[in-house]
Design a protein. Sequence first.
Length: 202
Amino acid sequence: MKKLLFVVLSLIISVVDIKAQASEGDAFVIPKIGANYSNFLNRSSSYKPGFTGGLGIEYFINKKLAWDTEMYFTHQGAHDVMYYPENANYDYSLNLLNLDFLLKYYPITALKQHFSLYTGFHTGYIVYARANYQDIKDDIKAGQYGIPVGATIEFGKLIIDARYIYSFRKIAGSEDSKTKQIIGDATLNSFWLTFGYKIQIF
């Protein structure tokens, strides 16, 4: 029993223990998984919960600044988009491949609970698009661009990441499409919460 307790404690320490601060040239791979809540800006709608999962590579320029490149798959969209001519609600489901380029700032480096603030440039590509289960891929602009703003807190090798992403490209493409008539100039708006595990590679 004592041996089992020792093994369990050793595993916990191996997960939580990490050096107090990263140094210039350190690099980490960070798999992440979590959820997002998205809706449409410039068009009345309800938030839609969805899956978020991906991988980041973080490189420390110095002790306080790091460059982070991240790739994610997300399921996003919006609920309850009202289309008055039909007196009907539309539900939008979008699957995206996302690539984010982030600059992270670590204001406090003396604590084991690292904290960072970040912003950068967000890109997304819509690979799947449905409105009430109807394919609308041809009616939308697949490429999305925006600005992410967020923060992370680390407990050893475990990391919690919360971010807001504002996309400034309109979703609807063709002016004559029904999608344009329903959502108008809507853009995608989302909040992400993910949990990751930091693995040092350099």
